[in-house]
Design a binder for this molecule. Structure first.
Ligand code: SF4
Length: 204
């Protein structure tokens, strides 16, 4: 997989909390994020469920829209869903305790990469700014020049984790079409169990 850097300039997080408090940003979760959260919450599945929501993907979205989603939606008996972090009523991430993230060392992949995002094409990955980040993230333009090799490392890690996640979801979706659709809760358990079986390590 080749990496193409399409963004240049400087970035340094200003700890503004913007990305954690914006109503326009939803944090969706990979199987590994789910495991890390479970671990952070002392391996309590009910507690984990209280921090997670299942964002519904509308059934009438066309297949092009679905393809644009980084994480494959999960076909469950509760609807087509993407697991993500809950937000409080004021749209603030449930883990944002002003002035910072309360799970910083276990924060999801999407948070680790922000304000960068990656787009996968057939045999290469492009780095881009996350949606609206250039308008809203105060860290862009500050600090040191963006380091190409660390961005490339993040892109390749992202590629491996997302690929693995989507393969697990594909199996859940095949089962939903040919056998019994799992509930959203059961699908979360499958993703968690998968991460536990892969020894809590990112796939290589
Ligand atoms: S998990 Fe942490 S870094 Fe990610 S949105 Fe929530 S508070 Fe912010």
């Amino acid at each position: 997989m080749n990496f193409i850097e399409t963004i240049h300039g400087r970035f340094k997080c200003q700890q503004s909390g913007h990305c954690c408090t914006s109503s326009k940003i939803l944090v969706t979760l990979t199987y590994l994020d789910i495991f890390n959260l479970f671990d952070y919450l002392d391996s309590d599945f009910e507690q984990l469920l209280r921090k997670i929501t299942f964002y519904k993907v509308k059934q009438n979205y066309n297949s092009n829209f679905i393809k644009q989603l980084v994480l494959s939606p999960v076909n469950t008996s509760d609807g087509i869903i993407l697991p993500g972090l809950k937000k409080l009523d004021n749209e603030v991430c449930i883990f944002y305790h002003k002035p910072s993230c309360s799970i910083y060392s276990s924060r999801p992949l999407a948070c680790q990469n922000y304000p960068f995002a990656f787009i996968e094409e057939e045999d290469f990955i492009l780095s881009i700014w996350a949606k609206n980040a250039e308008k809203t993230c105060p860290g862009i333009g500050k600090g040191n020049k963006i380091n190409k090799s660390s961005l490339q490392k993040s892109a390749l890690t992202y590629h491996r984790i997302i690929g693995e996640h989507n393969r697990v979801v594909e199996n859940i979706n095949i089962e939903a079409e040919t056998g019994r659709a799992l509930t959203a809760r059961e699908s979360l358990l499958i993703l968690l169990t998968y991460a536990q079986k892969s020894n809590n390590s990112p796939p290589s």
